[in-house]
Design a protein around this ligand. Structure first.
Ligand SMILES: [Zn+2]
Length: 462
């Protein structure tokens, strides 16, 4: 071996070590056998994020159970090789829509399989750790959280023009002169291809849209998703910071969508439940892996029991009880049903309240998150509109004294907001009944959000 070659090898070994120090304890090779390639956040990022979380908790917003409602416009950049719409990897609108349905269910605490949550899940552990009642459900279990964050397909593109297919931007990589995504066989080369070619040439304003790129991939890559972590002000120079041209999520096309909701799509067997994007969107909103990327590591959520390592497959509850003794003895085992674990899609159905706090903190503070949903880019859903004849959206009884009922005809009620005459929100609900008996007498505005828009109605309180 020549001297210069030896020197080069030493130099690359040095670079590898520097890379490991900067990116945490996992090597790239290990990551490649995992479903997710999101980098562990830098400790300086977590330090700054913890400060913001504590400010939020100190403000009392969490304890008052007030959290902002967000509807994030989403664009799926579908990268294909000239196939017709509906032919892999140029996915059909139905497959994309099934993915959005899963995402909205998962982030609102209404996952399709949440009823699998065992009746005694983590009850003993929660009691032993004095987990606050706000984080528990009426059974004393760790509560399945509703993030108050929803996702809508963008109806206007980055230039303000109406989109022919809401939420979908189709890109023929050959017409763009880009290489075929399947020729990148390592995590490093794929990342370089995405960050240096695909994303900068196709990204939509990251302060307005959640950008999701979906492509085919080399069979040598086992992971199916990777996300950026929400950037924080003043921390732009830490390693792996997302930029205005790289922020967002990448997913393998066959991991997008739900086979149950859209059976005629293109899927790969281990990723047919749409949970790859749920997991990556968790990272996009500041969540960490449930095992803290270390043996009994820290995910900075007090209401998730410690876990010795990632879980895979389809475990049964209780799983690995006693696997960690610190920071607490996980007497009820590990929370393998959390979306931030690596278990198979059907085994997962929950986020927790502390994870919600992280997501709400990211939405409030990250410069690439805090304007999302404020530009009316999904106006079919978020614009306030008049009730059309035949839509049958109404309030009754009106005037009301005790219970106000909301009927939306054939539409689904997504959210109800009641505002007083000064415009303050005095009640919020997803239900079709709201108790108004404690309201002062007077006229109130009621915003009823359905899949067709927000309808403004009035009622008077007796
Ligand atoms: Zn992950």
């Amino acid at each position: 071996m020549s001297t210069s070659k030896t020197k080069n090898m030493k130099f690359s070994t040095l670079l590898l070590y520097i890379g490991l120090i900067l990116t945490g304890s996992k090597t790239l090779a290990q990551n490649e056998s995992q479903p997710c390639a999101t980098e562990e956040p830098h400790f300086l990022w977590e330090e700054a994020f913890q400060k913001l979380i504590h400010e939020r908790l100190a403000s009392g917003e969490e304890t008052k159970k007030i959290s902002n409602q967000y509807v994030i416009p989403v664009v799926f950049h579908i990268v294909h090789g000239g196939q017709s719409v509906g032919t892999y990897p140029n996915l059909s609108p139905g497959q994309i829509q099934s993915q959005l349905t899963i995402l909205n269910q998962d982030f609102s605490g209404n996952s399709y399989n949440a009823s699998d949550y065992p009746a005694n899940a983590f009850v003993n552990w929660a009691a032993s750790q004095n987990i606050p009642s706000a984080n528990l459900d009426p059974n004393g279990r760790i509560k399945i959280a509703d993030f108050n964050i929803q996702f809508c397909p963008a109806t206007r593109d980055t230039n303000g023009n109406p989109m022919s297919e809401p939420g979908i931007d189709r890109i023929n990589y050959m017409a763009k002169g880009w290489p075929d995504p399947t020729q990148f066989a390592t995590q490093t080369t794929m990342k370089t291809y995405l960050d240096n070619v695909v994303k900068p040439q196709s990204v939509w304003n990251v302060t307005k849209y959640l950008n999701i790129w979906i492509t085919d991939k080399s069979t040598a890559l086992s992971y199916a998703g990777v996300s950026s972590v929400p950037p924080l002000s003043g921390l732009s120079d830490i390693p792996n910071s997302a930029t205005a041209t790289t922020d967002g999520i990448w997913c393998f096309s066959k991991a997008i969508g739900s086979f149950a909701l859209f059976p005629s799509g293109s899927y790969i067997s281990q990723f047919i439940d749409g949970r790859t994007l749920t997991h990556e969107t968790g990272h996009y909103l500041g969540l960490r892996h449930i095992w803290g990327d270390a043996a009994c590591g820290n995910d900075f959520c007090a209401d998730t029991p410690p876990a010795a390592d990632q879980n895979t497959g389809t475990p049964a509850y209780p799983h690995n009880a006693g696997s960690c003794t610190s920071p607490s003895l996980n007497i009820d085992g590990e929370m393998f049903m959390n979306f931030m674990d690596y278990t198979r899609g059907p085994s997962k159905y929950m986020f927790t309240t502390d994870q919600k706090t992280r997501a709400q903190t990211a939405m409030l503070n990250s410069p690439f998150r805090n304007q999302l949903g404020t530009h009316d880019l999904c106006d079919a859903v978020t614009a306030i509109r008049e009730v059309q004849s035949g839509e049958n959206i109404r309030l009754f009884p009106n005037p009301a004294a005790g219970i106000l009922r909301i009927s939306a005809g054939t539409q689904t009620i997504r959210r109800v907001q009641i505002l007083n005459q000064t415009g303050q929100i005095v009640a919020e609900s997803r239900a079709s009944e709201v108790s108004v008996d404690k309201f002062c007498t007077g006229i109130y505005l009621v915003n009823v959000q359905t899949e067709k828009g927000i309808f403004s109605l009035k009622f008077s309180k007796l």
